[in-house]
Design a protein around this ligand. Structure first.
Ligand code: 5GP
Ligand code: ZN
Length: 136
C-alpha cells in the first residue's frame, strides 16, 4: 500500500535502521524505542492484523522473532525480552500494518505493564471457555 509507512520501509523508500531482511520479512529498530534495541518485525505482505495473514507467513514469523530476540540479547546485554503485538486501535495499534515488537528487558529497567484483572463470576469462566472452544 502506497501510504503505509511500513510498506515504504520494506520497499526501502523510507529509511530505517534495518537489522534483518529476506523475501518475506524486514526487521528494523523502532523509531520511539521502549528500550535500546527495540525491534519491529514486519512481513512485507501488507495486512492490518495478525489474523489477516496467511498461515505460511505466520509460520515463519515466530522463529524469526526468536532469532531476533537472541541477537538483541547478545548485542545489548539485556537478559530478557517481551514480544508484543497490537491488533486494532483499542489494543494500541498505531501503524495498521501487522508487526511484532521485540523489546529487550533487564531486571529493574522500570518498564511496567499495569493490568487490573477483571473477575469472573461463579461458573462464568467455564461457560465462556466452552463458547470460545466451540468456535476455535
Ligand atoms: P503499534 O502501536 O502500532 O503496535 O506500534 C507502532 C510502532 O511503530 C511504534 O512503536 C512507533 O514508534 C513505530 N513507528 C512508527 N512510525 C515509524 C517509522 O517511521 N519508523 C520506525 N522505525 N518506527 C516507526
Ligand atoms: Zn503496509
Amino acid at each position: 500500500m502506497n501510504d503505509c509507512i511500513f510498506c515504504q520501509i520494506a520497499a526501502g523508500t523510507i529509511p530505517a535502521a534495518v537489522v534483518y531482511t529476506d523475501d518475506d520479512f524486514v526487521a528494523f529498530l523502532d523509531i520511539r524505542p521502549v528500550s535500546a534495541g527495540h525491534l519491529l518485525l514486519v512481513p512485507r505482505l501488507h495486512a492490518e492484523r495478525l489474523t489477516d495473514l496467511p498461515d505460511a507467513v505466520l509460520a515463519r514469523e515466530l522463529p524469526l522473532a526468536a532469532r531476533l530476540a537472541r541477537a538483541i540479547l547478545a548485542t545489548t546485554g539485556a537478559t530478557d525480552f517481551n514480544l508484543f503485538n497490537t491488533n486494532g486501535a483499542a489494543s494500541g495499534q498505531e501503524v495498521f500494518h501487522h508487526h511484532l515488537h521485540v523489546i529487550p528487558r533487564m531486571t529493574g529497567d522500570g518498564l511496567k505493564v499495569t493490568i487490573t484483572p477483571v473477575a469472573y463470576g461463579p461458573g462464568e469462566a467455564a461457560e465462556l471457555a466452552g463458547r470460545i472452544a466451540a468456535r476455535v
